[in-house]
Structures are given as structure tokens and as C-alpha cells.
Design a protein around this ligand. Sequence first.
Ligand SMILES: [Ca+2]
Length: 126
Amino acid sequence: MRNNRLVAAAAVVAAGLISISGTATATAAPAASGFDRCADGNFCLFEHIDGQGRVMGTKRAQSTLPLDFDNITSSIRNRTGQKWSVYTESGFRGRCLTIAAIWTGNVTQYDMSDKISSIRPGACPA
Ligand SMILES: [Ca+2]
């Protein structure tokens, strides 16, 4: 039973690949750009303002951001439906900024650009 399901799943994947390659030349959808690269349910950090540059999405707290995302965030999109807090130091320390449950924008206006080092769900500590 389990094997049959696996085979069926593999067939679906194979069919999908064929379909994509068969239509790529004529009707390739434009790749998502800017803030649209943030998948539903994710909290996304962008390297530059207006959702430009590199992007990193997560659904979990990051006590330490990956090295290539430490101190580079200039804009954020929150698609998690809950407040998040971003901090200027690792381990949820330093200056904190609460990001609204659904929010898209630049953190330059809050003097937080290129300073964020940890992030987690929930508002800043009172
Ligand atoms: Ca930046």
C-alpha cells in the first residue's frame, strides 16, 4: 500500500515536470518578484528596501539569524497573521521593534535597517 502511494506520487511529479518543460517556452509565468516572494504563512526578511535583494522566509523564531542574513534586513513582509518582534542583537536582545500581524514595509523608517539579528513570534516585551 505504502509502495503504491510512493509510485503514484512519483508519477505525478514526473507528469508535472513534463508539463512544465512542455509549456515553458510559450507560457512561462513570470517569476515572483519583490515582496511577492514571501510565501503565505511566512515571516520574510529582505536584503533591500521594497522587498528587493535576497529573501529569507521562516515560520519559527530565529535566536541567531543565518550568517548571511545577520544585519542586512531592510524590509519585511509578515504573512503569519500574528505579531512578531525583531531585535538588534542575537538571543532576542538589544532594541526591539514589534511588527504588526499583517505588515509589509521598510524598517529604514524605524532606524532598524541592516541591524536585525534575531526574530520571533509575539510582540516586544513590555
Ligand atoms: Ca540591507
